[in-house]
Ligand binder design. Sequence first.
Ligand code: NZQ
Ligand code: ZN
Length: 390
Amino acid sequence: MQNFDFQNPTRIVFGEGTIAQLSTLVPPAAQVLVLYGGGSVTRNGTLDQVRAALAEGGTRTVHEFAGIEPNPSFETLMRAVAEVRERRIDFLLAVGGGSVIDGTKFVAAAALLPPEEDAWTILQTHGRSITRALPLGTVLTLPATGSEMNSGGVITRRATHDKLGFMSPHTFPRFSVLDPTRTYTLPLRQVANGIVDAYVHIMEQYLTYPADAMVQDRLAEGLLRTLVDIGPRALSEPQNYAIRANFMWTATLALNGLIGAGVPQDWATHMIGHELTALHGIDHGRPLAVVLPALLQVRRDAKRLKLLQYAERVWDLREGSEEERIDAAIARTRAFFESLEVPTHLSAYQLDASAIDPLVAQLEKHGMTRLGERRDITPAISRSILEAAL
Ligand code: NZQ
Ligand code: ZN
């Protein structure tokens, strides 16, 4: 096992009816800004629950900022930053999915920069320039990203098609409220995206090379098997509380740092996927389902030992030669995504070989030239992965 330093300070308040606890979770005299997206939380009653809870147990002043879009934009978030400064907000509450939570983390850090400083620096330094941030909490409505219990965010600059991430110990949520009933109104497409996103988060931290991390491996395999078990029912039984609760907690554990501590990590699927989202506007989870099976195929020698372990422990594949077991494990992975109606080929998005040059150029522009757990995925190998994904 590799050395590691793991701290996750986010308090999780989980279960039906827990939004009411905002009355004690949010400081009683805070100047609060509630941030949300395009209106789903208004339509499904979540925002009303939030407003009612914030009105209890204190003398808070509550303002709202609506309109954080999927793949949150720098441009919109800078308007929120202006509002935070103008109203002297001292606590941020994100109500929504990964985009709203990521955006709120960015606002928390950007609002405390000197006004003359360019907030895009936060992305250019991947968060290293962040020295402080406003406190924030979240109410999660979409299990997928793990943003509710990690310190990361991904922000898009629309004008230049730049989609970049940041991480900072200052941008962990203080708390996150996870009420599985708040996911009942999700469109099935978003549920499927969320299952794929969580699955690929686990794979990015698990399917690398053996590092004698027995606990992390078993945890990762348990989470993967849980997603395989509950994925179809999360789609077919949208109001099944037990299924949604397990899905929600799995997605959180997939990317809260626990399974990634002390192990090598890949993340090439995500970096290539972000370019597909930035150039072609495909929702975050979906390009991952295209890239991962192709990446496993192209990297099968470098990942051989873990692919065999994955085949046996996640898919119960014990028969046949090593090559046959690896082929079968990749095929099962692809079939699982397809069973959720998430396509696994670029052709499903009307993209052909002519799309590859611009994607590789974007990776180079963003410095993504040494990807993967061994930092040996060059632009030429990213190109092979994209070709295998056609
Ligand atoms: O905007 P509203 O109206 O709220 O609608 C949203 C949005 O259209 C809707 N939605 C959310 N909860 C709902 C609901 N609709 C009905 N009922 C509900 N309960 O779902 C749509 C998608 O929401 P979004 O937040 O964009 O999805 P997701 O949670 O998948 O977040 C994606 C973003 O997170 C980033 C991605 O790059 C992308 O920008 N990621 C963040 C990570 C992190 N912080 O660690 C890691 C991930 O790998 C990922 O990169
Ligand atoms: Zn993701």
